[in-house]
Design a protein around this ligand. Sequence first.
Ligand code: MIG
Length: 714
Amino acid sequence: MGTYKLKNDIKVFKYGNPIETGAVVEEKIKAELENNLDIKFEKGHCKISIKLSSKDMVYGLGGNLGGINKRGRLYESYCIDEPLHIEDRTKLYAAHNFFIISGEKSTGYFIDFPTRIKYDVGYYNENCFNIEICGKDFYLYIIEGKDAKDISNKFLHIIGRSYIPPKWAFGYFQSRWGYRNKEEVKKVYHIFREKDIPLEGIYLDLDYMDDFKDFSISEERFSDLKGFASDLKKDGLYLVPIIDAGVKVEEGYDIYEEGIEGDHFCKDKYGKPYEGVVWPGKVHFPDFMKEETQDWFGSKYKVLTDCGIEGVWNDMNEPAIFYEQEALDEAIQYAEESKGKNLNVFSYFKLKDNFTNLANKDSYYESFYHEIDGKKFSNDEVHNLYGYYMTKSANLGLTKLLRDKRFLLISRASSIGMHRYGGIWTGDNSSWWSHLEQNINMLPSLNMCGFFYIGADTGGFGGNCNGELLTRWLQLSVFTPLLRNHSAVGCNNQEPYVFTEEVLVNSRNLIKARYSLIPYIYSEYMKSVMDYTLMFKPLSFEFGESLAKEIDDQVLLGDQLMIAPVCKPNRRGRYVYFPEKMLEISFLDEDMPTSIKEKGIQYIEYGLEDFKFFIRKNSMIPYVKPSKNVKELDQQNLKVLAYVDDEAVYNLYDDDGQSYDFIEGKNYSTEIKIIKKTDDYEIIVENDNPSIKNISFKIIDSKNNTTHKEISTC
Ligand code: MIG
């Protein structure tokens, strides 16, 4: 065991000979340290057992199901294409092995290990947190701090700055698997414009490809993608096409041939390119662990950037495998042998399971190989790095291709480290109310693991959405950096205009509210990422009471807001816990009615036509008038709604939204200070943002809900 320290006193324990995953960017310094955790090695696995006291909360573990407090559940880190996010599932697309145990004292842990880890967070024995690391080579980081918030900020520092998309990526996106051709896409765009619903872009799913081939464009359905993309861009609309991990095996297909030629594919046990079956039929998987392959695959995004594309989504990169030929053959053979026989139930189940269990079998991942620094590793040994390295490859490629222009990049599979290269969507959820609630639960956990450009499929991916669910979902997604309505082929359409007139009006208003709030959401995003702090925080990160620890369908957004969406059908309101006095706002109403909420639990009326959130004391929220896309956002007349007790300060961050110049300090700040005087307010604005000319204030007195209005010129 080697022991190290990071410069901010974080302890690092090195066991065996771990693979350098690149998750942590801070340098390790040799140090003499002792680890007093209960660690055992058994049959090549490592078992760690940590005692939990009744007061301990467990935070983190990123893209997993469950609440903000991860206690009382089982989890597993082994990236998988899981189409059903049901309650007993232990693993999804992410391997985010950072968690904090927080009670009397708080300690953070990060297990830097590229494959399977199992967590029993006080499930079988509520006082025991048992971890099984399925291997013996890993780094264990132990992070002490004053509390959970402090620890999570320290962790964000050591894993390096998160990916920063362009500002347009904060717009509203429509997506659907099954927009079959240009005409259908155009139609969607036209309806949005005609119905006056803001729209930033449309995602293109597999439909745009020729026969599911990466970096190909269907001549039949999406001919002249370049012309099409450029026409749409004239109106500020972006297209965001999908890329899958598997490359179709097909003689004459350039990507396949280059991949073979350049030795870019993962190998099977005989040293031949490994073959799995996904959408295109037989595919090879690029070996993203090799730098040459990262360069090669990354450079292929040129096919898309040449068409004027500035955003992509990387899918199926767990990697998902529908089946292996051999496994299918065995199933067929068993079926043939069973034909005509009088099967008993066990044989019948076997027959059936042979087929239904074909996807993503563990054995597949043991049967193909990567090359890392000239050494061979089975995918199973480095499984969780696949989506990470695919997205790194895309990021490096797009950076070269688009140079100083920021791009939108999201991935389905991820592990910590990937947060520096792209964002994520949370995969194939369903049009279920419970998944709306799951969406809010997951936001802070993802932030803790470095993922900030995040969002779920609004309205739900699988199943049929209805107008009420879509509206409620939008009331939450308006706050998530990635706002995308996406659904699966075969289920009903769920664009905001396919339901009733009422749903259309409500969705339109909500999407407009999103655009109004983009200056604030962008500012919060950028400040969180640049300062290594959480954008979405559990209430308990700020408030000590026991209720604050139990509430996980409410979160804090930055230091100003609390959001509490309605996550149940048929409701016209909900109980909200106020950990302190706050201001309730109905944002859509022209007069923006407000009411002061005292500390405690209160029933809040919240209809479908409304958009509510809560401003903390001595806080404010800036907004502008809505526009049809980010490019047309007009910040000239900035508005501020403030809730002031004695003094409120907000620093509105902004930059050009498209280049990386902000890193060299080319960004704007508008510092707004509102000080309460005996019967008036003093407003001090320090503004270097040339696009802001006037700021109009609506200040609510925290004592009596009286309103004070004022305009100041910058
Ligand atoms: O096997 O590309 O999560 O967003 O629409 C399904 C089709 C493959 C899974 C993605 C989903 C996408 C779908 N993909």
